[in-house]
Design a protein around this ligand. Structure first.
Ligand code: NAP
Ligand code: ZN
Length: 349
């Protein structure tokens, strides 16, 4: 079936209207009418071919929410009309140790929502900047938020799980001091989630203008990371630092803020590498520099339920499809509070 979408034909071209085909739902598939799709910085990295291996045409989008339109004969968990979400994963091998542990995000055969191999035309997956998507039921998430919040739920499917998973993995909770670096789409969710988990949260930003807003989001303190004196007041004090920055920067400036046995986990994925950190900043206090990628399906459902229970959604700015290119430019300038979300009804044309 042909559906309208928005995507690019090359890394140096703007996104534009396209038509793509979606497969008819198989026995285990759920067909979803997409209502809203968040704009993640990873969409920009990939559609502009900043990371290796982008296939064109590329239709980005992995923060997808909408309603079930139809289900295959063997689908029992979902019915037409259900409110559902699709995040960054649409398939995996389903039998390796990672899949069995519910960590499909670390399966070597994980198929991402766009730009991954598929038997469907054109040979790679096409994402949520489109009217519909068809996904195996295993990768479909249930949304328990009120429908009025649906657009603001979309960013939970990537920004939410990418910050929730490391916060849970490193046991963030009461009595823990957590830093969140970069107040963008991921960072603002990291602040809300770490606060809801009961930690003492310090937000690090390069933008002095985000100071007040960070407190509103749930930060207990805000540090402008360009200010060395402010940084020094937090030396050797953090249990965990969640670093969401989308560009190369000085990691040492943050490593020295970790206490003994503290961890800084990187989730930001800049197109060019960071300079290697000073090894002494790791060995002197047995510190860890780590990484984390999105989260598994079970944990994504747990995060969505946690957010529904605690009334947590993203702070969003809704845009039309024809504003996507402009939204990318604004995201690069940090001019967004804190996630653009596409109203997919505007794809109807
Ligand atoms: P975003 O909305 O653009 O936010 C990034 C924030 O980083 C900015 O708002 C800014 O915050 C800060 N920043 C940007 N450039 C900077 C620089 N040169 N120096 C210091 N700080 C800078 O992006 P996002 O959607 O949150 O994504 C962040 C990164 O995570 C991207 O690289 C994305 O690809 C990656 N990502 C990774 C995963 C994963 O699974 N690991 C999942 C999703 C996204 P301030 O203004 O507060 O400084
Ligand atoms: Zn993302």
């Amino acid at each position: 079936m042909l559906v309208n979408a928005y995507g690019a034909h090359a890394g140096d071209q703007p996104l534009q209207p396209l038509q793509i085909t979606r497969r008819a739902p198989g026995a285990h598939d759920v067909q979803i009418d997409i209502a809203f799709c968040g704009i993640c910085h990873s969409d920009l990295h990939q559609v502009r071919a900043e990371w290796q291996g982008t296939q064109f045409p590329c239709v980005p989008g992995h923060e997808i929410v909408g309603r079930v339109a139809a289900v295959g004969a063997h689908v029992h968990g979902f019915r037409p009309g259900d409110l559902v979400g699709i995040g960054c994963i649409v398939d995996s091998c389903k039998h390796c140790a990672d899949c069995e542990d519910g960590l499909e995000n670390y399966c070597d055969g994980m198929i991402g929502t766009y730009n991954f191999p598929t038997p469907d035309a054109p040979g790679w997956t096409l994402g949520g900047y489109s009217q519909q998507i068809v996904v195996h039921e295993r990768y479909v998430l249930r949304i328990r938020h009120p429908e009025e919040q649906l657009a603001a739920v979309a960013p939970l499917l990537c920004a939410g799980i990418t910050t929730y998973s490391p916060l849970r993995h490193w046991n963030v909770g009461p009595g823990k001091k957590v830093g969140v670096v970069g107040i963008g789409g991921l960072g603002h969710m990291g602040i809300k989630l770490a606060h809801a988990l009961g930690a003492h949260v310090v937000a690090f930003t390069t933008s002095d203008s985000k100071r007040e807003a960070a407190l509103q989001l749930g930060a207990d303190e805000v540090v402008v990371s360009r200010n060395a004196e402010e940084m020094a007041t937090h030396a050797k004090s953090f249990d965990l630092i969640l670093n969401t920055v989308a560009a190369p920067h000085d990691l040492d400036a943050f490593l020295v803020l970790l206490k003994r046995d503290g961890t800084m986990t990187l989730v930001g994925a800049p197109a060019t590498p960071h300079a290697s950190p000073n090894v002494f900043n790791l060995i002197m206090k047995r510190r860890t520099l780590a990484g984390s990628m999105i989260g598994g399906i079970a944990e994504t459902q747990e995060m969505l339920d946690f957010c529904a229970e605690h009334g947590i959604v993203a702070d969003i700015e809704l845009v039309r499809a024809d504003q996507i290119n402009d939204a990318y430019e604004r995201m690069l300038k940090g001019d967004v509070k804190y996630r653009f979300v596409i109203d997919n009804a505007t794809l109807a044309g």
